[in-house]
Design a protein around this ligand. Structure first.
Ligand code: ZN
Length: 149
C-alpha cells in the first residue's frame, strides 16, 4: 500500500515504525542515522537502507550528507500523527493500571490497525475517564480479572 487511505491513520506497519523511530531520533539527537534506526528497531542495516530509500521515494525523508536522514515536511506531519496516536493509546491504557510492558506491547500492535474514528472514540473516553475519578474507579472495579492474567 503506497497511498494512505483516508480512514486509516497511517500507511504500512513498517513505514509507521520507521517514521516513528526517525522522529524520536531527530527529537533526541537532531538527526537519524541508519545505524541507530537499525539498533532501535532490531532490523538489519541493509533493510533500514532499503526502507529509507523507499521513504525517500515517497517524499517523506531525505538524506543529507554528514547529517543523516531528516524528515521532509510531509514526513514530519505523518510522523507526528503516528507519535500522537501512540501517545493517545498509551494514555488510555495507563488509566487502568496495566503493566507498562503490556501497555507498550499492545500499543505497538494496536496503533497500526486502529482507524481514525476509533482513535477519536478512545481519545474521548480517555478524556472523560480522566475527568471523572468515580467513573474510572467503577470501570476498574469491573476489570479486576486483568490482574490475574
Ligand atoms: Zn508506537
Amino acid at each position: 500500500m503506497t497511498k494512505p487511505v483516508s480512514k486509516r491513520t497511517s500507511g504500512s506497519v513498517a513505514m509507521d515504525d520507521y517514521l516513528e523511530q526517525i522522529l524520536h531520533l531527530i527529537e533526541e539527537k537532531g538527526y537519524a542515522r541508519a545505524v541507530d534506526i537499525s539498533s532501535n528497531l532490531g532490523i538489519s542495516q541493509a533493510s533500514v537502507t532499503n526502507m529509507l530509500r523507499k521513504l525517500d521515494g515517497e517524499g517523506l525523508v531525505k538524506h543529507e550528507k554528514y547529517r543523516g536522514t531528516v524528515l521532509t515536511e510531509d514526513g514530519r506531519r505523518i510522523a507526528r500523527a503516528i507519535v500522537e496516536r501512540h501517545e493517545t493509546l498509551t494514555r488510555f491504557l495507563r488509566l487502568f493500571g496495566l503493566e507498562e510492558e503490556t501497555i507498550y506491547r499492545d500499543v505497538e500492535g494496536m496503533e497500526h490497525h486502529v482507524s481514525r474514528p476509533t482513535l477519536e472514540v478512545i481519545r474521548a473516553v480517555a478524556d472523560a475517564l480522566e475527568g471523572d475519578a468515580g467513573f474510572l474507579a467503577e470501570v476498574k472495579r469491573r476489570i479486576e480479572l486483568v490482574g490475574t492474567v
